[in-house]
Design a protein around this ligand. Structure first.
Ligand code: FAD
Length: 282
């Protein structure tokens, strides 16, 4: 389904995120596992994209396999990318039946400055505008309840999000977070500033102690102290960590649904077992 149809319906929706694995050979097994989520009526599966096109081929392979069973949202970054490269990739996505894009700038590669790396586009808002002018894709964009690390002030971060909506984005999907109060303040601030499109929380169930420490560092989010203490106490018991993480994600998701979000985007880390308990309940 296109995002515009999902949004115009009154129904609460669920989606999941996947990433292209390092080895192509693992793609069929991942797809077999995820295909078993078909009964949960996912609005779409989003597939990440390595900034600058580093995973382009593998992202397309994963999309091609998943698109047989699910609607897809393809992530796309404009960092270090020209208009003609964008046009070519959009053509490939159209051929696979993809109608939804998560339009991103992407991270600036380490050791480079913005001026060295950015080519035809400087910010995601410019990509949104270009895609709206040149394609029929529906567009989602990324949002940061804990504020994007490059934003000098929260105000600037909010303004950049509103600009992406004004350029035609249909939906905001947030970075993962573990404190619902931060999300609720962010949501209310954006709506007070006039944002009219849905803000969809991104929820990641913690499934692995060392893994989550790395993810938290990369995504610039914080673990609430009580949750961190509980996980640390059980860090050598992988089943207990999985159970604590899943219980926390369920609690977070139930609370957000009650708060009134239009949908929830679950970070699956490519495994059915990481999201199926949530899809059963939410
Ligand atoms: P932008 O919206 O362009 O914002 C980048 C920074 O510039 C922000 O600080 C913003 O406030 C500022 N800014 C924006 N517009 C202006 C302006 N006009 N003037 C001054 N400052 C401005 N990365 C990947 O490489 N691949 C992925 O698949 C991927 N998927 C993601 C999915 C989600 C849900 C999220 C939340 C992030 C994802 N990312 C992905 C990470 C993302 O690429 C980085 O966070 C990147 O640093 C910013 O991308 P953006 O699209 O948010 O950029």
């Amino acid at each position: 389904m296109q995002l515009s149809e999902i949004i115009s319906s009154d129904k609460f929706f669920r989606s999941i995120e996947m990433f292209p694995p390092k080895q192509d050979e693992t793609i069929p097994n991942i797809i077999d596992d995820i295909n078993q989520l078909k009964p949960y009526d996912l609005a779409y599966i989003s597939v990440t994209y390595g900034a600058g096109g580093s995973t382009q081929g593998r992202s397309l392979k994963l999309i091609e396999g998943l698109a047989k069973q699910f609607d897809i949202m393809a992530h796309f970054t404009c960092v270090n990318t020209t208009r003609s490269q964008i046009d070519a990739f959009m053509g490939k996505l159209r051929a696979l039946g993809v109608h939804n894009i998560l339009a991103l700038r992407g991270d600036i590669p380490a050791g480079m400055t913005k001026d060295e790396v950015l080519s035809d586009f400087h910010y995601a808002s410019e990509l949104v505008k270009y895609l709206k002018e040149t394609t029929k894709m529906d567009i989602a964009v990324a949002a940061y309840p804990e504020i994007h690390p490059e934003s000098p002030t929260p105000e600037q971060c909010y303004d950049a999000l509103i600009l992406k909506a004004n350029q035609g984005a249909e939906l905001l999907i947030t970075q993962l977070f573990f404190d619902n109060d931060i999300f609720k303040r962010f949501f209310e601030t954006l709506h007070k500033k006039g944002l009219q499109i849905p803000v969809i929380p991104g929820i990641m169930p913690i499934t692995n102690f060392n893994g989550i420490k790395k993810i938290i560092e990369l995504s610039n989010t914080k673990l609430p102290e009580t949750l961190n203490n509980k996980l640390t106490k059980h860090k050598d018991d992988s089943d207990a960590v999985f159970e604590i993480g899943m219980e926390y994600a369920l609690k977070q998701s139930r609370d957000l649904k009650l708060f009134g979000v239009k949908g929830i985007h679950f970070y699956s880390l490519n495994k059915r077992k990481n999201v199926e308990p949530l899809l059963k309940e939410i």
